[in-house]
Design a protein around this ligand. Structure first.
Ligand SMILES: Nc1nc2c(ncn2[C@@H]2O[C@H](COP(=O)(O)OP(=O)(O)OP(=O)(O)O)[C@@H](O)[C@H]2O)c(=O)[nH]1
Ligand code: SF4
Ligand code: SF4
Length: 308
C-alpha cells in the first residue's frame, strides 16, 4: 500500500531490545532513545507482523540495541519465518559463535554484522569494548552457518576513515558477500558526536573508478559497486539525501509498541501499545492493528524532501 508520496511498504524493522553489550559513540538507537526497555513479548511481535502482511510487508529486520540479547530470539525467528517473511538481523556479532547455526535452523536468512574497525584500539574506542576478536569469530560463524548474503556494516567516521582500503581487502579475503559503507546519522548518540561525520563522496569516487558494474537498489536507491573480486560495496548515504528517503519502504515497530514511520521523527508514530495490552480476542486486536497501519501509512513522509 502506497503512502502520499507514492512509496510502498516492504520492510518491517523490529527493535527487539534497547539493551546492548557495546556502546558505540554514534549509535542512532533506531531513533528511539535508550531507556533500556526490554521489548515487546513474542506474541505481540507476531501479531503486529501478521497485521503488516496486508500492507505489503515481505521482509522483517530484527534490530536493537543488540537483538541477540533477547533470550527468545530463536522463537521470534521461528514465528516470523512461519508467517512467511524473509527474516534478517543486524547485529554486532559477538554472540554469533554460539547462535549462528541455531538461528539458521530457526529460519533466519541472513545477517548484517557491524565491524567499524580492524585496528583493535580503534575498535575499542568506537564500541567501548575490546571485542574485535570475538566479532571476527562471529563473522566466520555466520559464513559457516550460511547466513548469506553476509553483509558487513562499516559506519564511516573520522576515527576509521583511514581503514577503508583495509576493510575492503579484509572483506574480499574472507569471502564476505557485501560491505556496506554507511554515513553517520545525527540521531541518538550521533547527535552529540556528529563532528565525527565524514561524507562518503571521495570513497564513492574511488569505487566508481575501481568497479566493474554499478547498480541501484530499490531500497533507498542505494548504489552498489561490484568489485573484480566479486565483493559488492553498497554506499549508504542517508543524511540530508532526498533520493534515499524517496526510496524508503520501511516502518518500525519500537520496543514500547509504536509504529514509527521514520528513523528521524519522534512525532510521526502511531502508538499501538494500548491495543496490545487489552484483553480483546486476538482477531479484534489484529483488526485494530491493521487500522493503525492505515493511520501510520497516512502520516508517513520522507524526512528529507526536495523543496522548490
Ligand atoms: N535514514 C535511514 N537510514 C537507515 C534506515 N535503515 C537503515 N539505515 C541506515 O543503514 C544502516 C544499516 O542498516 P541495516 O539494519 O544493517 O540494514 P539495511 O541496510 O537496512 O538493510 P539490508 O541491506 O537489506 O540488510 C543503519 O545503521 C542506518 O545507518 C532508515 O530507515 N533510514
Ligand atoms: S550501534 Fe549497534 S552495537 Fe553499537 S551500541 Fe548501538 S546497537 Fe549496540
Ligand atoms: S524517510 Fe528517510 S530518514 Fe526517514 S526512515 Fe525513511 S529513509 Fe530514513
Amino acid at each position: 500500500m502506497k503512502d502520499r508520496f507514492g512509496r510502498d511498504l516492504e520492510d518491517l524493522r523490529i527493535t527487539l531490545t534497547h539493551a546492548c553489550n557495546f556502546s558505540c559513540f554514534f549509535c542512532h538507537m533506531e531513533g528511539e532513545g535508550n531507556e533500556n526497555l526490554s521489548g515487546l513479548p513474542l506474541r505481540d511481535i507476531l501479531l503486529v507482523a501478521k497485521a503488516s502482511k496486508d500492507f505489503g510487508i515481505k521482509y522483517v529486520k530484527l534490530t536493537g540495541g543488540e537483538p541477540t540479547l533477547r533470550r527468545d530470539l530463536i522463537e521470534i525467528v521461528k514465528g516470523l519465518k512461519s508467517l512467511g517473511f524473509e527474516v534478517s538481523m543486524t547485529t554486532n556479532g559477538v554472540l554469533l559463535p554460539r547462535l549462528a547455526t541455531k538461528l539458521k535452523e530457526a529460519g533466519l536468512s541472513r545477517v548484517n554484522i557491524s565491524l567499524h574497525a580492524l585496528d583493535r584500539e580503534t575498535f575499542k574506542k568506537i564500541t567501548g569494548v575490546d571485542a574485535l576478536d570475538k566479532v571476527l569469530e562471529g563473522i566466520k560463524s555466520a559464513i559457516n552457518a550460511n547466513l548469506r548474503p553476509v553483509k558487513l556494516n562499516f559506519v564511516v567516521n573520522k576515527m576509521n576513515i583511514n581503514e577503508i582500503k583495509e576493510i575492503i581487502d579484509f572483506s574480499e579475503k574472507l569471502g564476505i558477500d557485501e560491505l556496506h559503507l554507511i554515513e553517520m546519522h545525527p540521531v541518538g548518540l550521533g547527535k552529540s558526536s556528529f563532528s565525527y561525520h565524514e561524507n562518503l563522496n571521495i570513497i564513492e569516487d574511488y569505487l566508481k573508478k575501481n568497479s566493474t558494474k554499478v547498480t541501484i537498489r530499490n531500497k533507498h536507491f542505494r548504489p552498489r559497486y561490484y568489485l573484480n573480486s566479486g565483493l559488492v560495496v553498497e554506499v549508504v548515504k542517508p543524511y540530508a539525501n532526498p533520493i534515499f528517503c524517496a526510496g524508503c519502504n520501511r516502518i518500525r515497530l519500537t520496543v514500547d509498541g509504536k509504529l514509527k514511520t521514520c528513523l528521524y521523527r519522534e512525532d510521526k508514530v502511531i502508538d499501538i501499545s494500548g491495543i496490545l495490552k487489552t484483553n480483546l480476542p486476538e482477531d479484534d486486536k489484529l483488526e485494530l492493528i491493521k487500522e493503525s497501519f492505515k493511520l501510520a501509512i497516512a502520516i508517513r513522509e520522507p524526512n528529507f524532501k526536495y523543496t522548490l
